[in-house]
Ligand binder design. Structure first.
Ligand code: 3HC
Length: 681
């Protein structure tokens, strides 16, 4: 089947792009388009043309799989030039997604007609690049530089009705798209090339303000700055010169390390959805959800579902705690209403989907029950035994545990095949990551259902096997331990945090502990006391801080001291004194650590723990681990995750740092096969 074919409807040529699954503008598509334009140009019987996608979508973008490889001519701008010089008008008929190069192709046509529900946009910055086929030049001509900066820098995906209101498309076709586009094309008497339009005049200060806001929201990443520069060029250079410059910037970024990291994450997300053993499994219908526990986690989880339109039974043992949970949810939405992100009617619709109750028996109507109660095995097992008796046959029974053995929890029921872990991250309604824990007996259709539900609530599900802390918390634990040891050996918490933040994490490990609350990790350590090898190195200062009631931000002091209401702490001499005392008590001669050394130790520790998880089969793929760290733990996206990072380092140096980590950790240190898992792909 040719990637591009021409059909005829009267005097209108319909150019059909057929490159499943998303009609990406691959080399074959570009070649096919060039041929099609030449044929249309040369055929006097044709007066106009429509470009349309076969299947479920228009062109979803350039073929990302071609990036990182040598360029193959013709590139997309040449296709656009061919359309522009062709004497006949071209109409882009959009459905599904018209993104990146796909939307740029549409902008290179003389008009755009879309089906309702189509999304358009230029998401290139999320791939570490800028639009490379005229997006930064055509969009400002249609909507102005300010709107172009806002749209391109935030990688916005815009629905057809909004795109029409903005002027990005010309019409929304309610009926058959192809017929509507053909009629539109037949009615066009002349070309309407965007390149011939002037860029509207706008206030320079307002453009600058939009640029600064976009840069801040885009964490000052280089591609965001480059996109702003390219948009500004639309009013500074003649069209052709600006196009050349856009292309140069695009190509430079395309070949850079950040684009490689973001591409890796793009494909990692798609890969994570594929679960071996789940092929052919039919997912069950989930129409109603029950969440047990109305604390911070339970309330956040309930919000994920009501936001996706699903009714939720929210169960809490005590009436007062239930009311607090309901109030927490309402307050959170009221904040969104106050900031204009949500309308008041939608708030009420969401709240109306919640059925609060103190009766556990109310879970009987739910197709999915998620437990978010206290992190204690005995409590969870007792609850699951009750759920086994109360929940309807075929209901999924999920635990939100962050560490505990899901097999053991499942053993409290007579239906372990229906039990799994759904580990949400806090705040559950905001964080995209969802660890889906596949217990020994979890049925494939239960797993398939969980993956489908995750998609419905717009989460990023990553499957893990049972193991203390699953993927994320296990790596985080190793990393926290190593950063603690560096402090005991001579670094100060604020030095470690600065080094880690310098790498791109939003917060260093000690600031994160203060934010999360030191008591949580304290309780977890007490859980592990019974099984901890007394020969293992142990850093006492974390416990001492809790004994001093320094629980972090919530108590005004933790690793840092916090002024009333402040979110950023100040280094505290009291902590320094505790740390120095702890080192002295063990006879450790404190020494200075460079930021570079701190970073290497921390990152190599993550990679080492990740490799162990893969060796053990807790994680399925290296890319899954990278996704977890990036989406749940603040690992900088532009570094691609710990194993992507490790694959790009000098193996000899990595080995040497792992030796140092082995020495600093001492008894019980285990080495993962980092070389096996950290491969440049
Ligand atoms: N290139 C190559 N493959 C792509 C692709 C692309 N642009 N977009 C999607 N795919 C592949 C996916 O990898 C996946 O492959 P797999 O089945 O082998 O895993 C398959 O298409 C289906 O993708 P999804 O699972 O994401 O399908 P959905 O239906 O959930 O979503 C979508 C469809 C909204 C189109 C989504 O895939 C998407 O957002 N794609 C990326 C769009 C994008 O970023 N485009 C810009 C590219 S850069 C560019 O165009 C540069 C230009 O300026 C020159």
């Amino acid at each position: 089947m040719a990637a591009v074919a021409i059909e005829r409807v009267g005097a209108v040529a319909v150019v059909v792009i057929d490159n499943p699954p998303v009609n990406a503008a691959s080399h074959a598509v570009r070649l096919g388009l060039l041929d099609a334009v030449a044929e249309i140009d040369g055929d006097p019987a044709i007066t106009a043309a429509v470009v349309i996608g076969a299947g479920t979508t228009f062109v979803a973008g350039a073929d990302i799989r071609e990036f990182g490889k040598p360029l193959q001519e013709p590139q997309l701008p040449r296709v656009l030039d061919a359309i522009a010089v062709c004497s006949k008008p071209f109409v882009a008929a959009l459905h599904g997604a018209a993104l990146g190069g796909g939307f740029e192709l549409a902008l290179g046509c003389d008009a755009r007609v879309a089906s309702p529900g189509t999304i358009v946009g230029l998401p290139e910055v999320s791939l570490g690049i800028i639009p490379g086929a005229g997006g930064t030049q055509h969009v400002p001509r249609l909507v102005g530089r300010i709107a172009a900066i806002e749209m391109i820098c935030a990688a916005k995906r815009i629905a057809a009705d909004k795109a029409l209101a903005m002027g990005l498309i010309d019409a929304v076709a309610e009926g058959d798209l192809r017929s509507a586009a053909v009629a539109h094309a037949a009615g066009m008497k002349a070309k309407r090339r965007l390149r011939d339009l002037p860029v509207p005049a706008e206030d320079a200060a307002a453009i600058e303000a939009a640029a600064q806001a976009a840069l801040k929201a885009g964490r000052k990443r280089p591609q965001v700055q480059a996109a702003i520069d390219a948009v500004k060029l639309s009013a500074e250079l003649p069209y052709a010169a600006a196009m050349v410059r856009e292309r140069e910037i695009f190509q430079q970024l395309r070949n850079g390390p950040e684009a490689a990291a973001l591409r890796h994450l793009f494909f990692a997300e798609r890969e994570a959805a594929k679960v071996p053993g789940m092929e052919g499994a039919k997912s069950r219908e989930v129409r109603r959800v029950a969440v047990i526990g109305a604390g911070t986690m339970g309330a956040g989880i309930a919000m994920c579902f009501i936001e996706a339109g699903l009714p939720v039974t929210l169960v809490e043992a005590e009436g007062a705690a239930l009311e607090r949970g309901m109030a927490r949810i309402r307050k959170e939405y009221e904040r969104s209403v106050a900031s204009g992100k949500l309308d008041a009617a939608e708030l009420e619709r969401r709240i109306a989907r919640l059925a609060p109750t103190t009766e556990l028996a109310s879970v009987k109507d739910a197709d999915l029950v998620i437990e978010a109660v206290f992190e204690d095995m005995a409590i969870k097992k007792e609850l699951f035994a009750k759920l086994d008796a109360l929940a309807k046959p075929g209901a999924l029974l999920a635990t939100n545990t962050s560490y505990l053995d899901v097999d053991e929890i499942a053993s409290a029921t007579g239906r372990p095949e229906d039990v799994l872990g759904l580990h949400f991250f806090s705040p559950a309604n905001v964080m995209r990551l969802l660890e889906v824990v596949r217990a020994d007996k979890t049925a494939p259709e239960v797993l398939a259902t969980a993956m489908a539900v995750a998609k419905k609530i717009r989460k990023l599900p990553v499957v893990a096997r049972v193991g203390d802390g699953f993927i994320g918390n296990r790596i985080w634990g190793a990393y926290r331990q190593q950063t603690d040891f560096m402090v005991e050996d001579g670094a100060l918490p604020q030095e470690v945090d600065a080094a880690i933040e310098g790498f791109g994490f939003a917060m260093g490990p000690f600031a994160v502990s203060d934010l999360a609350g030191l008591d949580i990790a304290f309780r977890n350590r007490r859980r592990l006391d019974a099984t901890r090898d007394p020969r293992a190195r142990y850093f006492e200062v974390s416990d001492q801080l809790c004994e001093l009631k320094r629980y972090g931000q919530k108590s005004g002091a933790g690793w840092y001291r916090y002024a009333e209401g402040a979110r950023r702490g100040q280094p505290d001499p009291e902590v320094t004194a505790l740390v120095e005392k702890a080192s002295a008590a063990k006879g450790i001669r404190r020494r200075a650590f460079t930021a570079e050394e701190i970073r290497w130790r921390a990152l190599a520790t993550m990679a080492n723990e990740a490799a162990q998880l893969l060796d053990e089969g807790v994680a399925m793929r290296a890319s899954d681990v990278d996704l977890v760290l990036v989406n749940g733990y603040g690992f900088p996206r532009h570094e691609g995750g710990p194993l992507f990072w490790a694959a790009r380092q000098d193996p000899a140096r990595l080995g040497q740092v792992l030796d140092e980590i082995a020495q600093s950790t001492g008894h019980g240190f285990r080495r993962g096969d980092v070389a096996r898992w950290a491969k440049k792909g």
